[in-house]
Unconditional design. Structure first.
Length: 464
């Protein structure tokens, strides 16, 4: 928290919003959208991220409720099964260490009793050991409580019992030839034993979702993306990928465009190459000379060392519409103001001008990540107090505001109560509190630094 250094001391609560470097979808063939469907790229700290696109997101990640194909895709990565499904729908080994047969004693002479040995040393994604007791619990929970979403896989099964930590026995009322094709995700008993059947059949399961598959679902933003992280306890071959993002697209054509354009690094480099080769054909729209859109664009332009044709408009909205209509090719507005257009495919995002990616659009790389840290551009709104407000009151408000922003519900509360957030749905804005700087309670250094850097930008950039 801090105050302005001017005479009228004002308190503020910082809510910073990153800007988005945008281009017209289809109008700039080398541009990259908000997601890179079916592509992998290195991320900060050496991580490898795989981004996949789909037009139908999971309906519910609860294994007792969900039914869409995309939901089953997530479960297949998040959970383990006794047997998997391979080529031509043939069963494969997953948790099971071997296929049971009558010859190895795994199937009884009357084909009604199956004895299955599971892998040793398997752990759930939270580090708790997975044993035959978890397998028995999962099947029994489904059968006993008639969990209809999975009962088609358990029909004909009478009992499932753990004989020891790695051996489970399944007794059927009649021979069950499809038991190896039963896609029943094995659930952790230490978690689901505390969930009442009625709740399990009706409630939404919030990430992180604990299973034992190669990846764990750590975040699900409805209408945007599902994020999965590699399971460090995975018993199979270590995946080469660290994170997976399943990005929702409203427009399949946009998804195809993303597949063709490649990572943001390539797209931004291509834009810069075009500006250097033929700057007179690259039109950059802004909300007017000296406007936030203009200064943010100048940060990108000067950092990249390029030229383009600046076309000032009377406000940010007309500048954005100019790119959408094809009158201009590049604009740098606030991310919340255009996130809906990005997701619908009307605009293509090249980068965000913050120091890092934002949670509401994790597939859009930051300018710092792409090698242009000098293009940092942040906007903000804040809470202020009049000059002369008693210090005790300022400290009390400051402490309460910081505590509120630290809570996960802060963004939801801001969306409900703040008109700016309601209009933009707070997506792309990052709640942030800053600490006082000495007795003068100045604005945060970042704001001062940005203001100093941009002080001379309008003099260097004149409309053409």
């Amino acid at each position: 928290m801090g105050t302005m250094s001017r005479a009228s001391s004002r308190r503020y609560l910082g809510v910073f919003g990153v800007m988005a470097l945008l281009a017209l979808a289809g109008g700039l063939a080398v541009s990259s959208s908000r997601a890179l469907a079916a592509s992998s790229s290195p991320a900060p700290a050496g991580k490898v991220i795989l981004r996949l696109g789909w037009t139908t997101e999971p309906d519910n990640l609860n294994p007792f409720i969900g039914y869409t194909t995309s939901t089953y895709e997530i479960w297949a990565l998040n959970y383990s099964y006794l047997f998997g499904c391979g080529d031509h729908n043939q069963p494969t080994l997953d948790l099971a260490a071997a296929f049971p047969t009558q010859e190895n004693g795994g199937i009884s002479a009357d084909d009604k009793t199956w004895t299955i040995h599971i892998r040793k040393g398997v752990k759930f994604q939270d580090g708790v050991p997975l044993t035959a007791a978890d397998v028995a619990f999962t099947y029994t929970y489904i059968i006993k409580n008639d969990m209809t979403n999975l009962t088609n896989y358990t029909q004909g099964i009478k009992t499932v019992t753990a004989l020891d930590p790695t051996t489970v026995r399944i007794v059927c009322s009649a021979p069950k030839a499809d038991l190896e094709r039963a896609l029943v995700p094995i659930l952790p008993e230490h978690i689901w034993a505390h969930v009442a059947p009625k709740a399990a059949a009706t409630r939404y399961v919030k990430p992180p979702i604990v299973g034992s598959g190669p990846f764990q679902t750590v975040k699900f933003v409805k209408g945007s993306y599902v994020e999965m992280a590699r399971n460090p306890y995975w018993y199979g071959k270590k995946p080469a990928i660290d994170q997976i993002y399943f990005e929702l697209y409203q427009n399949p054509d946009t998804m195809v465009l993303d597949l063709k354009t490649g990572p943001g690094r390539q797209a931004l480099d291509a834009l810069i190459a075009r500006a250097r080769k033929d700057p007179d054909t690259l039109y950059f729209s802004s909300g007017g000379i000296g406007s936030p859109l203009h200064l943010a664009g100048e940060a990108v332009r000067t950092t990249a060392g390029i030229r383009w044709v600046h076309v000032p408009y009377k406000g940010g909205a007309p500048a954005i519409l100019a790119v959408m209509s094809g009158d201009a090719l590049v604009v740098v507005p606030s991310l919340p103001s255009v996130l809906q257009q990005i997701q619908s495919g009307k605009l293509v995002a090249l980068a965000v001008t913050g120091p890092a990616r934002v949670a509401s659009a994790p597939a859009i790389p930051s300018v710092a990540e792409l090698g242009y840290p000098g293009a940092l551009a942040l906007g903000w709104i804040g809470i202020h107090a009049p000059a002369g407000t008693p210090d005790a009151i300022l400290q009390k408000v400051e402490q309460a505001s910081r505590a509120a922003l630290a809570r996960a519900s802060a963004s939801r509360s801001l969306r409900r109560r703040c008109g700016w957030f309601r209009r933009r749905r707070a997506r792309g804005a990052v709640p942030l509190s800053t600490r006082p700087t000495g007795s003068t309670r100045k604005f945060p250094p970042a704001s001062t630094m940005v203001g100093t850097r941009w002080r001379s930008s309008p003099r260097r950039c004149k409309p053409r």
